[in-house]
Design a protein around this ligand. Sequence first.
Ligand code: NAP
Ligand code: GCO
Length: 271
Amino acid sequence: MEVVQIFDTNIFRLDGKIALVTGGAHGIGQAMASALARAGATIVFNEINQENMEKGLRAYEAEGITAKGYVCDVTDEKAVANMVAQIRKDVGIIDILVNNAGIIKRIPMLDMTADDFRQVVDINLNGPFIMAKAVIPGMIEKGHGKIINICSMMSELGRETVSGYAASKGGLKMLTRNICSEFGHANIQCNGIGPGYIATPQTAPLREPQADGSPHPFDSFIVAKTPANRWGTPGDLQGPVVFLASQASDFVNGHILYVDGGILAYIGKQP
Ligand code: NAP
Ligand code: GCO
């Protein structure tokens, strides 16, 4: 007779695990790191400058979370290798990497310079590659690892003015699948989270009320286009990231989990 495994909710716990969240000082990164901490993980994060890193530390302290912050640009391979080595000395080998750091430049393609395009791809795609390369050896040494790449709806869809961003997030989807393919045998699971439209500083320009106080047209468009009829919040991403960082997702690999209120499934209301 088949033995039914008794489900143990502790598989969602992260006690004893070290989680590195890139760009984790605010926004989506900070919310995800806070959830990982509440699930038991030790949090380390990086920012590109000291001021923002310290701001992030204060935000964690205010939440009662003891995090360690590092100043490091994810596109700088040497600085990343040094940071990962320093984390190993300070805290230990990284079990969970959340590639959250990212930028967007909203510029019509014909006005976008190649340098603008390169910078977006560098941070959003080369950065996760560099970060993953730096942490995978330690994960192999430990016999397990979780890599979670923060993709986007723009991993699936385009729209005007975000050519560099969409190209980078589409590439990040495929990098996720490739890391899955190359390291699944080492018990490393690499998945993505594809947030929908989330209310953070990055999307603030899209929600800015108009001079007469009426909602930004894009704000109204997104609310109408989302079956949940609202923008997402960084908190909406907390459950998904704990799931993908935990033992509960050990047989989930190469998957992009869209946390978008249903927007990708919906053709939109008839005007
Ligand atoms: P955010 O508030 O702008 O946060 C991005 C973070 O990344 C910031 O802390 C930023 O640091 C950091 N960063 C930028 N370049 C970096 C670099 N070279 N090295 C290290 N850190 C760097 O954006 P967010 O809205 O929280 O988005 C976080 C992630 O989710 C991004 O990858 C974004 O593409 C993705 N995403 C966002 C949405 C959304 O609707 N908000 C939806 C889908 C996906 P500084 O603050 O110092 O610049
Ligand atoms: C934009 C937005 C989006 C969101 C997100 C959607 O200008 O269209 O910034 O790109 O940030 O990536 O998933």
